[in-house]
Design a binder for this molecule. Structure first.
Ligand code: ADP
Length: 164
């Protein structure tokens, strides 16, 4: 059994998609063991994307700063999900980074459509609805960054009887 961190980004919260997206994870039989809304500051944004994702190195300073502005532009919903191969499964459910190229049926493909070119032209981060941990090590670090141990809950769902 594995855990992963998901953030419903400010665009998802402001567009009223929290319930729909949470339902997709619940429908897949994943267990929600932590959930909260947080309006982050640049500091937490930097910790999240720099220590863990190394976004600055991969995409450059402009994109990194735009991403920090976007992530601090409203509250996010932080989720900790548990399930079998949940890191890989949730990434698959989220779809590719660029909404324009994300496959239909994925969260990013279904709830957003913009392109890298359009975001770059506006000096904005790609607003792509969700963040999900990239691998098991990142997931461990990200869960520890976003949740205190007492905010994660241990309980049994019916899926543990009928799905797992
Ligand atoms: P992912 O979130 O799919 O794991 P990355 O970790 O590479 O993708 O990037 C983090 C976030 O930075 C993306 O989800 C997106 O919001 C933003 N981003 C990535 N590349 C660009 C880009 N070229 N232009 C604007 N925003 C970008």
């Amino acid at each position: 059994m594995e855990r992963t961190l998901v953030l419903l980004k400010p665009d998802a919260v402001k567009r009223g998609f929290m319930g729909k997206i949470l339902s997709r994870f619940e429908d897949a039989g994943l267990k929600v063991i932590g959930a909260k809304m947080v309006w982050i500051d640049k500091n937490l944004g930097e910790k999240h994307y720099n220590d863990i994702g190394k976004v600055q190195q991969r995409h450059g300073e402009m994109v990194f700063q735009a991403l920090l502005r976007f992530m601090a532009s409203g509250p996010v919903m932080a989720l900790c999900l548990e399930g079998v191969n949940v890191v890989e499964n949730v990434r698959k459910m989220c779809g590719g980074t660029e909404p324009k190229s994300a496959a239909p049926g994925t969260i990013r493909g279904d709830f957003s459509h913009i392109s890298y070119a359009q975001a770059d032209q506006q000096g904005k981060a790609i607003e792509n609805i969700v963040h999900a941990s990239g691998n098991a090590d990142e997931a461990k670090q990200e869960i520890a960054l976003w949740f205190k141990p007492e905010e994660l809950h241990s309980y049994k769902t019916v899926h543990e009887v009928h799905v797992f």
